[in-house]
Design a protein around this ligand. Sequence first.
Ligand code: DX5
Ligand code: ZN
Length: 222
Amino acid sequence: MIEPMIAPSILSADFARLADAADSVERADWLHVDVMDYHFVPNLTIGLPVVRSLHAATDLPLDCHLMIEDPDRWAPAYAEAGAANVTFHIEAAKDPVATARAIRAAGALAGLSIKPATELDPYLDVLREFDTLLVMTVEPGFGGQEFMAEVLPKVRRAREEVRSGHLRLFIEVDGGIDADTIEAAAAAGADVFVAGSAVFSADDPGAAVEALRARARRAMPG
Ligand code: DX5
Ligand code: ZN
């Protein structure tokens, strides 16, 4: 039985109070940090200095999701800044294997993300160099969007590859995950669930994390 992991996304938190946001979800598994550069996506968030400060302010493992151009150049520094997992987008990468190796050499897990329209199959071999596959369940760029159930066949396919032993990685979903949608993602084979608005718009973010975890656990295939 795989245990579900919940990764609250601070994109939906108060950016002036990020340490408080981290404290409010202290029983989460990872803290998801969305890095955007105004180029890969039409939004701008935070970068290395904030990741360094967050790392000093919380014991939660930081799950950095880089929605940036030229991740080959920038991603390893996020591992050096203290991220536990550094995920970048295949659509932006020139040499994903070299970048994964550099991230791992700097001490973090390496993750590869695919946008909703990006197929998984061409990357099944490349993914042997990674620890995490992040399947976007919305178009990257903003929180609070609607979950796209049509991408779940990619999650199922990845889970088959893990079951058969071809791949060994976390299968993470990101975008539109809430109490209603998490079950479909869990049933399809995801084991890491990013949730921004569902956690940080709740009156009690910590309780929202526990509720999501319980729902995912119920829906995960045995
Ligand atoms: C979107 C980000 C997500 C975002 C999810 O590009 O990658 O991590 O914070 O937010 P919700 O859970 O509100 O869809
Ligand atoms: Zn994200």
